[in-house]
Design a binder for this molecule. Structure first.
Ligand SMILES: *[C@@H]1O[C@H](CO)[C@@H](O)[C@H](O)[C@H]1NC(C)=O
Length: 225
């Protein structure tokens, strides 16, 4: 005898399962679908280039992640290789990034709306973490050393920080989308164009409006992705 609450639970479970399926990159229906960036046809992703004209270079980018990058104001630089850099990634649901961190640099709190991320440290040390969704907003964090691997689940706010004041750090991240997208929290909230009303943000952040005005007046620089 199924109670109405267990039926509701089942319905919620089914709804969450179908949402997960809709929210990930579509699975390929052929070996590959190399993006044709010149097609005027609009689809979810890119239309396929003629498979007869596909060659190894469609799946290749020379020296894409070979060297350290100049880091930005918060001390990081993300070099993302997504479908825009390698057209063969179209429909395959994967991309890769190299992240360079200056001493005491960080890749500030951000989310990827379309991807889970798995990160490994190549050099140095990183203090990393993510926060679960409402209501708990539980913070899960870890200090990673060379060779350690950590996962940031899709959509959750996460960051990496290099706690070493003398040495840079480097990480490689794989992401489960051909185009993971990124929303850097501070930049999106305080650096939007046009600005969000300071009445809204003052109330949301429980601060005076002049604190919001100060934050909105800063220069908000995004990493490449
Ligand atoms: C990342 O590094 C590249 C190459 O060093 C540089 O051209 C680019 O401006 C850097 N990006 C940021 C956000 O600093």
């Amino acid at each position: 005898m199924a109670s109405s609450s267990s039926m509701l639970l089942l319905a919620a479970l089914l709804a969450s399962i179908s949402w997960q399926a809709i929210a990930s990159d579509p699975s390929p229906l052929q070996d590959f679908c190399v993006a044709d960036m010149h097609s005027p046809v609009r689809v979810n992703g890119f239309v396929c280039k003629n498979p007869m004209e596909v060659n190894a270079d469609d799946f290749f980018k020379a020296a894409a992640l070979d060297k350290p990058r100049v880091t930005n104001k918060v001390g990081s630089n993300v070099t993302l290789i997504n479908v825009m850099q390698i057209a063969g990634l179209n429909t395959l649901g994967i991309s890769i990034a190299r992240i360079d961190y200056a001493p005491l640099g960080q890749n500030p709190p951000h989310t990827h709306p379309r991807a889970t991320e798995i990160l490994t440290v190549l050099e140095g040390t990183l203090y990393v973490g993510f926060v679960t969704s409402n209501q708990e907003n539980k913070f899960l964090s870890k200090v990673l050393n060379k060779g350690d691997v950590f996962v940031f689940p899709v959509g959750l706010i996460h960051f990496q920080f290099n706690p070493n004041p003398y040495k840079p750090a480097v990480a490689i991240a794989a992401l489960s989308s051909q185009n993971p997208g990124a929303i850097t929290i501070a930049n999106a909230v305080f650096g939007s164009k046009p600005a969000i009303s300071d009445d809204v943000l003052a109330k949301a952040f429980h601060v005076e409006k002049n604190t919001i005005d100060y934050l909105q007046a800063q220069f908000w620089e995004n990493n490449q992705y």
